[in-house]
Design a protein around this ligand. Structure first.
Ligand code: R2B
Ligand code: URA
Length: 309
């Protein structure tokens, strides 16, 4: 977790930490859901140069992010089809271009948590240092114009508290959900420079469900009124919550434990105070979903330029 001093350069570098003494006893660690492993793959050779990791729900979107980033960084090879590094499994998809790794995580806390356990071990075994990780995703906004991008400063649970709870060995363990403040500020500054869409910095509520968990009235089951829904969402808004999604809490907690600099950037697809159904056209949805990619692409390009100069 602590930054290490490089005696030659005087610079410090931050490793990606695991906190598990049992791993030392494993001769071969199989990263089952990636179809990768420490004995079957040379992880330092494959991933040692990774400095940026972008994660998002859909495999298709993460492939399109890789193509976009390759073009932005002028690293595209017109002949190259970016291969899915996890082609041996259909659980997650992974793509790499230069120092940028792009990984899908599916929907919800359990799905992203499994992916993050294996991703953090992968980055650790590959001896990666100074890695920045960003979740790029979609969300429901509260009182925001659809298409607004939210950079999360803190992830809140469904009772509006900044914590992530997990039951381990039958006991509830509470973990902190703060994200990197400096990184959120840098991303917000990038959005000002880009000046292409509205961006705000705020709190994000992370729920366990898309329907009843997010106070929707259109699930298969619903036992509350429209007024109850409005009261709940207005209370969330009063607590500083700008948007709702389903992965940020465990993402923030696990990245903090491993010493990764982490941010969450989600576009809002609708204003939840005005409705529940996602009925905008495919084209509008597609253009909204590109916004977090454009912002994070700009940030990565800017960082790499600064590193080179
Ligand atoms: C945002 O969108 C998905 C649900 O539609 C979920 O993964 C999330 O966090
Ligand atoms: N993703 C969510 O989790 N909620 C929404 O309302 C939209 C996208």
């Amino acid at each position: 977790m602590n930054p290490k001093d490089d005696k030659r350069t005087g610079l410090t570098s931050s490793p990606v930490s695991v906190h598990n003494p049992h791993l030392d006893e494993l001769k071969d660690d199989v990263l089952y859901h990636f179809s990768l492993g420490t004995r079957t793959h040379n992880l330092p050779a494959m991933f040692g140069d990774v400095k940026f990791v972008c994660v998002g729900g859909s495999p298709w979107r993460m492939k399109s992010f890789t193509e976009y980033i390759a073009a932005e960084l002028s690293m595209e090879d017109p002949k190259a089809e970016y291969p899915n590094i996890c082609a041996g499994t259909d659980r997650y998809a992974m793509y790499k271009v230069g120092p940028v790794l792009s990984v899908s995580h599916g929907m919800g806390i359990p799905s992203i948590a499994i992916m993050l356990h294996e991703l953090i071990k992968l980055l650790h075994y590959a001896h990666c240092t100074d890695v920045t990780i960003v979740r790029i995703g979609t969300s429901g906004g509260i009182g925001l114009e659809p298409g607004t991008v939210v950079v999360t400063k803190q992830s809140m649970d469904a009772t509006f508290l900044p914590k992530f709870e997990q039951v381990i060995l039958g006991k509830t363990v509470v973990r902190n959900t703060d994200l990197d403040e400096g990184l959120a500020e840098e991303l917000f500054q990038c959005s000002r420079e880009l000046n292409q869409f509205k961006t705000v910095v705020g709190k994000t509520m992370c729920t366990q469900d898309f329907y009843e968990g997010q106070a929707r009235l259109d699930g298969a089951f619903c036992s509350y009124s429209e007024q109850d829904k409005q009261d709940y969402l207005n209370k969330a808004r009063e607590a500083g919550i700008c948007n709702i999604e389903m992965e940020s809490s465990v993402f923030a907690a696990m990245c903090k434990l491993s010493g990764l600099r982490a941010a969450v950037v989600c576009v809002t697809l609708l204003d939840r105070l005005k409705g529940d159904q996602l009925n905008v056209s495919h084209e509008v949805l597609h253009s909204y979903q590109q916004r977090p990619q454009i912002l994070v692409g700009y940030y990565i390009k800017k960082q790499l330029k600064a590193l080179r100069s």
